[in-house]
Each structure stands twice: as C-alpha cells, then as structure tokens.
Design a binder for this molecule. Structure first.
Ligand code: IMP
Ligand code: MG
Length: 194
C-alpha cells in the first residue's frame, strides 16, 4: 500500500525536479483522464509551492494545462486497443508538453499517444505516478516516475476498478473478493439510474 502521505511527499519531489528542469519555460501539462486527475491536482499544487519557494519572477507563467482521454483497460486487463480523445496535436506546436499519467502498465497507451504529440510539440515528456514492473511492458519509460510497483492491479488516488475506488485516499492492491464483488460496477450504476 502507498499512503496518501507517501504520495504527497513523492509528488513534492517530482514537482521540484520539474520546476528545476523547466526553468525559464512554460510547460504544458496534459492530464490523462480520468485516472491521473487526483495526482494532477496534487502535482499542480506542489508546482505552485515549488515555484514560490524558488522565487520565480512574478510575471512568469509556471505552466498551462489541458485534459485528454486515453482508454485501454477493460476490468483488470489491458484490452490492447487504445482510444484517444480530446487532443488537437497541431495546437501544441512549439510547446513543451508534460503528459501526466496515473500508471504505466504495458506502456501501450503512451506508445500510441506520444508520437501524435511529438509530431508538433517542441518536446514531450511523461510524468507518471506509478510504473508497473511487468513482463507485458513494451519498454516505454517515463522521464518522471513517482513509484515503481510490483505487477498487481491497484486502486485509489484516482485509479479505478471499473469506475469504483477512485475516491480511496490511499493506493491499495485490490484482492480477489473485491474483483468479484465490483465486477461491472460502472454498468450497474448506469442501470440503477435508468
Ligand atoms: P497501459 O497502456 O497498459 O500502460 O495502461 C495504462 C492505463 O491503464 C493507465 O493509464 C490506467 O488508466 C490503466 N491501468 C493500468 N494498470 C492499472 C491498475 O493497476 N489499476 C488501475 N488502472 C490501471
Ligand atoms: Mg491512466
């Protein structure tokens, strides 16, 4: 388990690294919805604090931001198909993009997204909260990584199991009982609304 406190400390360190690396530039932070949203908010908060500590000039814009959807997972398995919505790569011309991701597992999502962005942006790096140590990895590595974790399905801090558990404060491994009980949770919510 990774507690909220551990995630907070590590995010602070990443924010520091990013602030140093991008001094004098205005990086464009691209949040991969929905999983990275909580990490993204934390990172933004920490980037503000880091900029204040380092005494950035008042007129400097520390970063700009936008959101993108990249979907590859069905339940606890990567589907192998990646759907990308919400990005107009041409608008990123000349920008220094940092893709903010919750977790890199096989790396296929990022491997599909990054070439599209790199066609236009001046630079593209990835900042991921988690990286899974798995034999299914395509070898893609992020420039900034919060934690390297063993090959288990994890939930919490924005990460879901079929839309459940994004709201957990800490990051945990979901057990077999949880997997069975919350299978098709997203669909059951939609049914209960109808
Ligand atoms: P990849 O394309 O296999 O690297 O998968 C990346 C995406 O799958 C992540 O952005 C997550 O949204 C999702 N994902 C992968 N592993 C997990 C996990 O353990 N828990 C929750 N979501 C995961
Ligand atoms: Mg994700």
């Amino acid at each position: 388990m990774l507690t909220a406190g551990m995630v907070c400390d590590r995010t602070n360190a990443l924010a520091h690294e990013i602030t140093e690396a991008y001094r004098g530039r205005t990086p464009h932070l691209l949040c991969v919805l929905k999983g990275a949203s909580i990490f993204y908010m934390k990172l933004i908060d920490m980037l503000h604090q880091a900029a204040a500590r380092l005494g950035s000039p008042a007129h400097a814009v520390p970063f700009t931001f936008d959101f993108i959807r990249v979907k590859s997972y069905e339940g606890t398995e990567s589907s192998g198909h990646v759907r990308i919505d919400g990005v107009e790569p041409a608008k990123l011309a000349g920008r220094h993009v940092i893709v903010v991701e919750d977790i890199i597992d096989t790396g296929l999502s990022m491997r599909s997204l990054l070439p599209m962005l790199r066609e236009h942006a001046a630079s593209v790096e990835v900042c991921t909260l988690l990286e899974k140590r798995t034999s299914r990895s395509c070898g893609l590595r992020a420039r900034y990584t919060g934690f390297s974790i063993p090959d288990h399905f994890v939930i919490g801090f924005g990460l879901d199991y079929d839309e459940a558990f994004r709201d957990l404060e800490h990051i945990c491994v979901i057990n077999h009982t949880g997997i069975e009980r919350f299978r098709d949770f997203g669909a059951s919510l939609a049914e209960s609304k109808a």
